[in-house]
Design a protein around this ligand. Structure first.
Ligand code: MV4
Length: 447
């Protein structure tokens, strides 16, 4: 097991990882920018190293400073959290060259999944169902037209270096195809320095369903069920639940089995998320994320398994603590992302939190590093906490969520809490009847 883990992140996830390390009796080092000197995880860590000024590129993304902090403190492993360097293959390689363990998959697996064409090719080879479309990159208009005619309109053009919704263009007929292809390609070139694009059948009303998987790096893989993350705005998840209200046990076991064998066959190590669009009873692979995700607590709630413990165990060579047959799904969990934003326009609202009071009681978890008097710096994302509610079934979970939202107090800044108080009383949400476009339509209607 590791002696000392360096946490290369900030905010609620740095605190989340710190808690796991403490439970496992592992010493902790946190790195932070000058803007985060008074953060909760910095106070709670055994050691802290200030690695630079507020901008991320000078601190949380500064690989050399982070490696130096490992050398100075004698950390033998790094947990990257999510975002920042968590899916940076070069960072993983550099740590390996310094004999420091990256708590995550190999650089090669990160690289494959970061290239969306390569990821899709790999998924298909491993028996994962993918969206019909081009085999690899499309070279020109002629090829795009031929493929679009084959799969039928509408189609979507995606950037191979994109992901998370960046650089996508929909074409509803042949007339729209040339423009979609040209804009997607030039935007991809400008944004990512790689203008490779691929084409897919455009699904009109899918749900976003993602499978939590784990590999031990030695040919074993398990799945921890799915999360439904269909409620998004501008590709930012807002509300996530486990399990999905849309799946039955048979569908879950089938797609879960496929994903678990895929990570096993890949020799994958650590936590991963396999993202699907789900429409009319069919799953279509879109991307795989090679990190712990923001919404991992809903999976922890229904399985009772600490996913950060598992990441640390696997990275240290101790293997997974569970076999597939040990993983049982108990009840239902929902996560609300509490952002320091206007609840309608989502404009960031940094500032000082004058009063912070979190709900409690059975089935309630709040992951947050903020406190009364905390000043939210304007340099980073606006997530200030997550409310995770668990119940024996979805109805109980929703009742408990409504009560928890009533108790939650965040004064001094705007937050997304009022939006969740609206959503929890909405009939479509109560029925689990929503797709990836539901939230944007709802926000447009209730403007
Ligand atoms: C799609 C799609 C429809 N058809 N692919 C957006 C983020 C990226 N991960 C994939 N995305 C989409 N890919 C096909 N073939 C619609 C989306 C999409 C979306 C997906 C998940 C959650 C929210 C979304 C919002 C708009 C579009």
């Amino acid at each position: 097991m590791f002696q000392k883990i360096l946490i290369a992140n900030r905010g609620e996830i740095a605190l989340r990882v710190l808690r796991a390390c403490k439970e496992l009796g592992i010493q902790t080092v946190v790195v932070h920018s000058t803007a985060d000197a008074d953060a909760m995880h910095v106070r709670l860590a055994d050691e802290s190293v200030c690695i630079g000024p507020p901008p991320s590129r000078d601190s949380y993304l500064n690989i050399h400073q982070i490696v130096a902090a490992c050398e100075i403190t004698g950390a033998d492993a790094v947990h990257p959290g999510y975002g920042f360097l968590s899916e940076n293959a070069k960072f993983s390689d550099i740590l390996a060259a310094h004999n420091i363990t990256f708590i995550g998959p190999s650089g090669d697996h990160i690289r494959i999944m970061g290239d969306k064409i390569e990821a899709k090719r790999t998924a298909k080879r491993l028996g994962i169902p993918v969206v019909p479309g081009s085999e690899g990159a499309v070279s020109d208009e002629k090829e795009a037209k031929r493929i679009a005619a084959e799969i039928g309109y509408p189609v979507i053009i995606k950037a191979s270096a994109g992901g998370g919704g960046r650089g996508m263009k929909v074409a509803r007929n042949e007339d729209e195809l040339n423009v979609a292809l040209a804009t997607a390609r030039s935007e991809a070139g400008a944004a990512f320095g790689d203008d490779a694009v691929y084409i897919e059948k455009y699904l009109e009303k899918p749900r976003h369903i993602e499978l939590q998987v784990f590999g031990d790096g030695a040919g074993h893989g398990v799945h921890f069920g799915e999360r439904d993350c269909s409620l998004q705005r501008r590709h930012q998840k807002v509300w996530e639940e486990a399990l999905s209200p849309a799946l039955n046990d048979e569908e879950r076991a089938r797609i879960g089995g496929i994903c678990a064998s895929a990570v096993a066959d890949l020799g994958y190590s650590g936590a991963g998320t396999i993202e699907f669009l789900y429409e009319d009873g069919q799953f279509y692979f879109i991307e795989m994320n090679t990190r712990l995700q923001v919404e991992h607590p809903v999976t922890e709630a229904i399985t009772g398994i600490d996913l950060v413990h598992e990441q640390i165990r696997v990275a240290s060579g101790g293997g997974l603590s569970v076999r597939q047959e040990d993983i049982k799904f108990n009840g239902h969990a929902i996560e609300c992302r509490i952002n320091a934003e206007d609840p309608r326009t989502f404009t960031p609202s940094p500032g000082t939190i004058t009063h912070f009071h979190t709900p409690g009681g059975l089935g309630i978890r709040v992951d947050s590093g903020v406190y009364s008097g905390y000043r939210i710096p304007p340099y980073y994302d606006s997530l200030i906490g997550k409310l995770i509610v668990h119940g024996r079934n979805r109805v109980e979970c929703m009742m408990r969520l409504r009560r928890a939202l009533d108790e939650f107090v965040v004064d001094g800044i705007k937050t997304t809490l009022p939006l969740f108080r609206d959503l929890v009383g909405n009939p479509d949400i109560a029925n689990g009847d929503y797709d990836i476009h539901w939230l944007e339509k709802y926000l447009a209607k209730t403007e």
